[in-house]
Write a protein that binds this ligand. Structure first.
Ligand code: CP
Length: 341
């Protein structure tokens, strides 16, 4: 694996999931793989889970991880080609990235979109500049449009939950509902639902989740959102899109809750109908669905306390799985692109 920017960098999703779950069982199986290697984690935005889980994953593989908060501690970076740097930016990425490439064997970047100019954000200028100029493998810790480590985690969590459910069914558990087709074939129904929020948020998590679930191809996939919240069809193609949330939730096995701002009239909040918050009442429409969210979550805005604190919620398990997703990706990179190899 040369870089990890989107699902297109992964040749076999199920193999990646299996690798991650193997690390979950045995975190230190490859504790020497990254010996004498260094990974740099560059943050242009805040993070709790991505930052810590990636550091832990690298440490489990024997790597040294160094975190640098570019937004607070670094020189303001310029990304525009040919910029006359007479404003606030101090250092061009063309100058900074090759230096970072000498300091680190793998470089990880976290950035967000501006949500002001769709063309700029969807060109992925920040991530692509590091890919172009760093000269070492790049891992996206979330970009302007995608969050691949989160999405790999999400597939891992779904697969793990399916395995648990099938195991429970095989063991004769009567309170474990079968999947939509009666449990004979583990093809779950996954629903990605828009939720209200107080701020306009990026489309990254939703785009990325849609991209990964479609590429995985082992689920019936439905996306539901109010009118005007259509995502880019480059990610959603293959999913059924329904603007009636109650209809979409029927018999769902997994419900992924996430807010996003508008894509067409870019970066806006149109309606913010509180009726779209997932509640216990809505879970009754589903197949006792497991509920997912990438976190951080606005309680009682996006998701009710009753759901987050219920047995249906996978959010803590999901966030825990961030370590194993990151470990599988770093391990893959170390195995295929060791420095100087
Ligand atoms: N889900 C996620 O990326 O969390 P952080 O923003 O805390 O890293």
């Amino acid at each position: 694996m040369k870089n990890f920017i989107s699902v297109n960098d992964v040749t076999d999703i199920n193999a990646m999931v299996a690798k991650a779950l193997a690390y979950k069982k045995n975190p230190f199986a490859d504790r020497k793989l990254g010996a004498d290697k260094r990974i740099g984690l560059l943050f242009l935005n805040p993070s709790l889970r991505t930052r810590l889980s990636t550091q832990i994953a690298a440490k489990n593989l024997g790597m040294e991880a160094i975190v640098f908060n570019v937004d607070k501690e670094g020189w303001a970076l310029e990304f525009e080609e040919g910029a006359i740097m007479s404003g606030n930016t101090v250092e061009h990425v063309k100058d900074a990235a090759p230096i970072l490439g000498q300091y680190f064997d793998i470089l990880c970047i976290r950035t967000f979109p501006s949500l002001k100019n769709r063309e700029d954000d969807y060109s992925e200028l920040v991530m692509n500049s590091f890919v172009q100029y760093a000269g070492v493998p790049i891992i996206s810790l979330e970009s302007a449009t995608l969050h691949p480590l989160q999405s790999l985690t999400d597939i891992i969590t779904i697969k793990e939950s399916l395995d648990d459910r099938n195991f429970a069914l095989a063991a004769g558990a009567s309170n474990t509902p079968p999947l939509g087709d009666g449990g004979s074939k583990p093809r779950p129904k996954i629903v990605l639902t828009w939720a209200p929020h107080v701020k306009p948020l990026p489309q990254c998590v939703a785009n990325s989740f849609a991209q990964w679930v479609n590429a995985w191809g082992e689920a019936d996939f439905v996306i539901t959102h109010p009118e005007h919240y259509e995502l880019s069809d480059q990610y959603t193609k293959g999913a059924a899109i329904i603007t009636n949330q109650n209809e979409a939730l029927q018999d769902a096995d997994f419900v992924y809750v996430k807010n996003w701002s508008t894509y067409n009239d870019y970066g806006k909040i149109y309606s913010n109908d509180p009726a779209w918050m997932l509640t216990e009442e809505k879970i009754k429409l589903t197949n006792n669905a497991k509920v997912m969210h990438c976190l951080p979550v606005r309680r009682n805005v996006e998701l009710s306390d009753e759901i987050l604190d219920s047995e249906n919620s996978l959010v803590t398990k999901q966030a825990g799985n961030r370590v194993w997703a990151a470990q599988a990706v770093i391990s893959e990179m170390l195995s295929t692109f060791p420095k100087g190899g």
